[in-house]
Write a protein that binds this ligand. Sequence first.
Ligand code: F6R
Length: 608
Amino acid sequence: MCGIVGYIGNKSGTDIVMKGLEALEYRGYDSAGIALINGDKSQVFKQVGRVSGLAKEVDEKAPEAHLVMGHTRWATHGGVTVQNAHPQANNDQTIFVVHNGIIENFAEIRAKLKAEGYHFDSQTDTEVVPNLIDFYLKQLPSFEDAFKAALGDVRGAYSIVAVSSKEPETLYAARLSSPLVVGVGDGENILASDPSAIMEHTKKVIYLEDYDVAVITKDKVSVHNLKEGKQTEPKVELLDFENEQALLGDYPNFMLKEIFEAPATIKTATLGRARADQGIVKLGGLESVLRQLKHVDRIVIVACGTSYYAGLVGEYLIEELAGVPVEVHLASEFKYRDEPFSRSTVLLAISQSGETADTIAALKKVEDYGVLRLGIVNAVGSTIARMTDAGVYCHAGPEKAVASTKAFIAQVTILTEIALHLSDGKHKLFKPLLKELGDLPAKAQVVLDSAEDIKKIAEKYADYRDFLFIGRNNAYPSAMEGALKLKEISYVHAEGYAAGEMKHGPLAMIDANFPTFAIATNSQLLEKTCSNIQEIKARKGPVVAIATQGNKTIKDLCDDVIYIPATLEETQPILHAIATQLFAYYIAQHKGLDVDRPRNLAKSVTVE
Ligand code: F6R
């Protein structure tokens, strides 16, 4: 949700902030804006639509400035209008604020400020902040004091950056449950929602913590923690990924690039971890909690969206290989449940961004239970990575397309490794599966090599309004993930169903206009899935299937078949995912849609 960039330094902040906004546009793309402070003059440029539109206006009209901040919005409070775009200002147009998150008590603050004579021009929750700072500035000696006092009144989740036309040398920032990172440069500092807007300029970063208030000039970053009530020493860390990973290269969009990164993603996720030659799985990130893991009696996985479906695949893997009971919960539901917990339960959060508000809330919920909290996270240094006791990084590199693709591949690969690790080498599949993980990148490449065939099939089905995805056992989460991919980027109504449930309801929908995507790769349950396909065909429903290379019978049964290489049943979901990602991608592309930035969505969901 919403991307924030701020710059103070010797260079032209206007260019740096605009480039940063482009890098963060995946977080929200309803509207964008920047505020520039030059001497005691301020200027604001805002537009509805993409950053590129704003960039044009800024290029033509905006001067260079050394204090600049910008925002790319994903609307929560108030429609997509210029008025509601950020920065939001106080009534005197001297204080400017950009904000990511939600201010829950904004209505109350707004009423209080109205009674003091303030007026409001937007429908946003954010507009109360510059006015509240203004209100306190009339009573307190400094902007910093007024900023802190305003934050003291605000309830909710936020990252906020504020500037004043009276302080052209300083950026003020605060975070609570919403990410902000400061890039530390030489004679300049850059503030952003995530490192992709920073890494071109510096690899040195400071991740702000909850309740931190940062005062940033070109030479200094000082941090005060409101909860601790004192100054803290900011920890400077080094970013460990390369800029190229966040660039498009020769691909037409990030989604295709990221789908094609599957083989490399599996390799990186297994490198040094799944050691088939030595017959061991070594997960460095879990070393510190090995003793606790020996006594685990239940694993509760919490996640959202695609990460949740990866968790469901993990449930099959961990229960089968390690014999540990697993429950997978949607984080948004889990946080409101009264779930019995024992000390030997482990909570495992899965998240690409590491910033998903619901998953963070689920982790916070068990904070005082004394249970071990683990993470499978892609974004290094993100909130979830930092708030968990231990975990395994995906190391998939930045994922920029809104639809998650390579992160799912990495998550399932790591869940396989965790299952193997917990099995203590005792399961009969331990060695074969370790070996298969080594062979999997090449098999993933084979699926990618059939992209043109998948494209042809996808185009044939591009005009249907509805789609059912079915599978059994661990292909059931594959079906749900396939349906999610299709609906989110091509706006086709799609449902993922357990194939065995067809007769319990969904079969009623089937006719010649309602196709089914059947995941029918070789497994113990393949015959049963084939019976379901027969039942669909008997009702004239068109069927596309994913099948294992060499299965000729399925060709007679279905209208179209996407073949994938033979692999163990346990690793099939990884190959299913690549095929369903490509299928959804080509349908969306055929419809001329923006695959990287589907309507109404944003990459990291930092509000509830
Ligand atoms: C779907 C998708 C979302 C995310 C979900 C969780 O393609 O991208 O469903 O998977 O918002 O996000 P993370 O993994 O960042 O917690």
